[in-house]
Design a protein around this ligand. Structure first.
Ligand code: SF4
Length: 356
């Protein structure tokens, strides 16, 4: 079936009328578009809005990012997870300032060389910020076009070559930023995974899936089994200060600060885990512990159960630049994994400072 020529016109008119008002849609500043696109990876629109507004307030330009200390970048990003994204923004900002005079390039080859700029991000910045003719395929676009073309099966990258042919054919000559955003918005608002709202869809007359009654055919791939991980966390307190340490600069949650502790081994009592971990890690002996709270945090593939105890030790840990004692107020300035940040919040709620 050859789509009718009014596809882009119908789609764009719907977008102008019904699209959600989102802060990054009020601008064509390439820096702001870039930040929003990175934040929107792996995170829902509603969750991103407050983080985006906060980020732009603290770092209104790419130069502000490049000049800031990494810890401030990570602290501002805290809660969004996938911290590599924040680090790549930081590295790219420095390159943009050092090599490109503080302006985000509109050349795909130059963009591709920047850390964190994969083909999707390059396409999004080029089309949304610079209005260049560049197709972009995210999960929403993939699902919408698969339904329009009645391609059956799971929505994954194997389908992208057919989708790209369709997009190249249907993309208008002008107003690419509207077309690309409209397709994504259509996927988010109407062409939803489980309950597509076809009757109100602006492109239903072009949709082969709708005509054949197979518009719900595309399902998400099976979710992976989420693994439970139990972690014993030791709170060491010295007057009104709490001990934290920085994670290594490579690997999971790199460069973030956290309370000491570690994974429990199968069948191992929490106190024994604490003794073992704090001995190995800090070379101190835990003499007693008192359970304070449990905190849960969900990652994509696992769920972490943090068992938090106040510990007494025979000595305090030896300090160096990656180990600190900090008050509850000071703790809020350190970038932390979400689980540790939740502990700080709970300690504050418990008004722990005033306890004997
Ligand atoms: S008609 Fe239905 S299935 Fe087709 S694009 Fe619109 S919402 Fe999606």
């Amino acid at each position: 079936m050859k789509p009718k020529p009014s596809f882009a016109r119908n789609l764009n008119a719907w977008y102008r009328r019904d699209a959600r008002a989102l802060p990054w849609r009020e601008t064509s500043d390439p820096y702001k578009i870039w930040i929003s696109e990175i934040m929107l990876q792996q995170t829902t629109v509603n969750a991103v809005v407050p983080y985006y507004c906060k980020w732009i307030k603290i770092f209104p330009t790419v130069k502000n990012v490049a000049k800031a200390p990494l810890q401030k970048i990570l602290r501002t990003w805290q809660g969004l997870g996938y911290y590599t994204r924040a680090k790549n923004i930081y590295k790219s900002s420095k390159i943009i300032c050092d090599v490109h005079g503080g302006r985000i390039p509109d050349d795909p080859l130059k963009l591709r060389k920047l850390p964190g700029f994969g083909s999707y991000t390059v396409g999004a910045v080029l089309s949304i910020a610079f209005d260049k003719r560049h197709a972009i395929i995210d999960a929403n676009v993939r699902r919408v076009v698969m339904r329009i073309l009645a391609i059956e099966g799971h929505a994954n990258m194997l389908q992208d070559s057919k989708i790209l042919v369709f997009l190249e054919k249907e993309m208008p000559k002008k107003n690419l930023r509207t077309f690309n955003q409209a397709l994504m918005e259509l996927g988010a608002l109407l062409c939803r995974n489980r309950e597509p709202l076809c009757l109100t869809c602006p492109v239903k007359t072009h949709c082969r899936g709708y005509k054949k009654g197979i518009q719900k055919i595309i399902l998400k791939p099976k979710k992976r089994v989420v693994k439970d991980i139990d972690v014993a966390i030791g709170i060491l307190k010295r007057r009104d200060k709490y001990f934290i340490q920085k994670r290594p600069s490579k690997g999971l949650l790199a460069d973030l600060w956290e309370f000491p502790g570690g994974k429990t081994e199968k069948g191992e009592p929490l106190f024994r885990t604490l003794r073992r971990e704090l001995k190995e890690d800090l070379d101190i002996d835990i003499t007693s512990s008192r359970h304070l709270m449990n905190v849960r945090h969900f990652y994509t593939q696992f769920r972490v159960n943090l068992h938090v105890s106040l510990c007494e030790s025979s000595a305090y840990p030896r300090l160096h630049k990656n180990r600190k004692w900090a008050t509850l107020k000071e703790l809020r300035k350190y970038p932390m994994p979400s689980g540790s940040a939740k502990i700080v919040e709970r300690l504050s709620e418990m008004n722990f400072l005033e306890r004997p």
